[in-house]
Ligand binder design. Structure first.
Ligand code: FMN
Length: 472
């Protein structure tokens, strides 16, 4: 198995590391706060992911010896599952602005991963206040030091994930600096720091291509992968060694699986074959995910599970609004923590029955009749019982989206600020929290659909109380 023997080998660099330790992965799951947790990594690997990143971890808090709970919640070494044989190859990502603290944190995880990544891309206001992610983009000396200390002192390679600058020249100059500091893989997210929320827009593959041509280390392309069929297009357009997917993977963890052959005898309205890739029924994926969560020893946060179920079942939740409301209301009650699984399973099972009903009602229709084309984007819309990507709202919805984003961003920030107070004014890392709740179309969703509930964040702030003990 690629990855697991990394520590026994001598420290390799660049392409030697990419090939011999990582096994030349092409399909990479992105670091995602509260979403690329162990259970999701396991599910994604079953469906074709060849390399996975952990969610971003705050290096300062992880390094702090008193905060053992923070360590356990963010990378549970003791259970032996995170970074264990079934969780490799694995790259652990940190957010940091202090080289010494970063080194302490990285040394703790290096026996359990294949490389350590530095987050230079988080664009959110919380990253600006915490002074990390893309808000380090102007401080090249500091970035150099962060990468270089790990390059010199760690037994495993250091890698970096960054956003592009508005110009290709600056982007290339920056990428070369990251390489010269010692980064052994560069992940280039083809969006600028300003491209977030309703301004997300398209990633610029030309800039990724320019980076790939300018450096000698492997480059992962990030951005714009909605369907399996986009992967080859991206690899060809950018020349990158691999593609990294975040949202595409969250809405369809099988985004890295090719479509079954058209002659596949299991083809039916329920398992409809699309040329764009494998799109399993989302309730089956949700059930599989819940089984993984329940069976592993490592605890999964309630907010992670809820976030995944919202995204997976999104095509159906916009129609089955009673189940959407039920899902939004699921809470863990003190002393009855395990009941929460029954609630989730109950909702997924109820949705499953409704989806089977709808697929049965559609029997006799051809895939041409069942697969529609979105007039705004020209992209495929599959039947609502199948896992599929979420397209960001088109221009006509921009205004509504901006209003919704404004409200929710403020709400999220207020709540996160509250959680920070509880953390004795230390920054809790949070990248993608705005995006992570974008599971329901802004015009249709309520605030509670897309922002973490106050009690969830307050619990998160205590860092231990939103963990559901695993049942086995
Ligand atoms: C829910 C969520 C959480 C994220 N958390 C992180 C993170 O922890 N670290 C990071 O570098 N990027 C994070 N991102 C950004 C993604 O890794 C990725 O760069 C971005 O979503 C663009 O990729 P995509 O177009 O495939 O979604 C997050 C994105 C989402 C949607």
């Amino acid at each position: 198995m690629p990855g697991i023997d990394a520590q026994k080998r001598k420290k390799l660099s660049g392409y030697d590391f990419y090939r011999e330790v990582l096994g030349s992965p092409k399909y990479v799951v992105a670091p995602m706060v509260d979403q690329s947790e162990l259970a999701w990594r396991r599910l994604s690997r079953r469906y074709g992911a060849q390399l996975v990143y952990t969610p971003m971890i705050n290096a300062k808090m992880f390094a702090d010896g008193i905060r053992t709970k923070y360590r356990q919640v963010n990378f549970d070494i003791e259970n032996g599952e995170e970074g264990g044989p079934e969780d490799r190859p694995l790259i652990v990502q940190f957010a940091a602005n202090d080289p010494e603290k970063l080194l302490i944190a990285a040394k703790l995880v290096q026996p359990h991963c294949d490389a350590v990544d530095i987050n230079l891309g988080c664009p959110q206001d919380i990253a600006r206040r915490g002074h990390y992610g893309s808000y380090l983009q102007e401080e090249w000396d500091l970035i150099y030091k962060l990468i270089n200390i790990l390059h010199r002192e760690l037994d495993v390679p250091v890698t970096a994930k960054f956003r592009v600058f508005p110009t290709v020249e600056k982007t290339v100059e920056y990428a070369k600096m990251l390489e010269s500091a010692g980064a052994q893989i560069l992940t280039c997210h083809g969006r600028t720091r300003d491209q977030r929320g309703s301004k997300t827009g398209l990633a610029d593959w030309d800039k990724i291509r320019a980076v790939k041509q300018a450096v000698s280390v492997p480059v992962f392309a990030n951005g714009n992968i909605l369907f399996y069929s986009d992967i080859e297009k991206c690899l060809e357009a950018t020349g990158a060694d691999a593609i990294m997917s975040a949202e595409g993977n969250l809405y369809n963890p099988a985004v890295f699986s090719p479509p079954p052959s058209q002659s596949d005898s299991s083809s039916s309205t329920w398992n409809l074959i699309s040329p764009t890739g494998l799109h399993p029924p989302h309730t089956e994926l949700a059930m599989e995910y819940l089984i993984i969560v329940k069976q592993q020893k490592t605890a999964t946060s309630l907010s992670a599970v809820k976030g995944h179920l919202f995204k997976l079942m999104r095509p159906a939740l916009v129609r089955e609004t009673d189940l959407r409301d039920q899902l939004g209301r699921v809470r863990s009650e003190k002393g009855k923590e395990n009941d929460v699984w029954e609630k989730y399973e109950g909702i997924v099972n109820a949705m499953h029955e409704r989806m089977l009903r709808d697929a049965k009602a559609a029997e006799g229709q051809t895939s041409e009749q069942l697969i529609k084309i979105d007039p705004a984007t020209g992209l495929e819309i599959l039947p609502h019982w199948l896992a599929q990507p979420y397209f960001r709202p088109a221009a006509v919805m921009k205004e509504a989206t901006e209003k919704a984003d404004e409200i929710s961003t403020k709400a999220v920030e207020a709540l996160v600020a509250h959680s920070h107070e509880e953390l004795e004014h230390q920054q809790e890392p949070s990248c993608g929290i705005e995006d992570s709740e974008e599971s329901i179309s802004p015009s249709k969703r309520t605030l509670s659909d897309r922002t973490p509930e106050p009690d969830e964040l307050a619990k998160k702030a205590k860092l231990d109380s939103d963990l559901i003990p695993a049942t086995s």
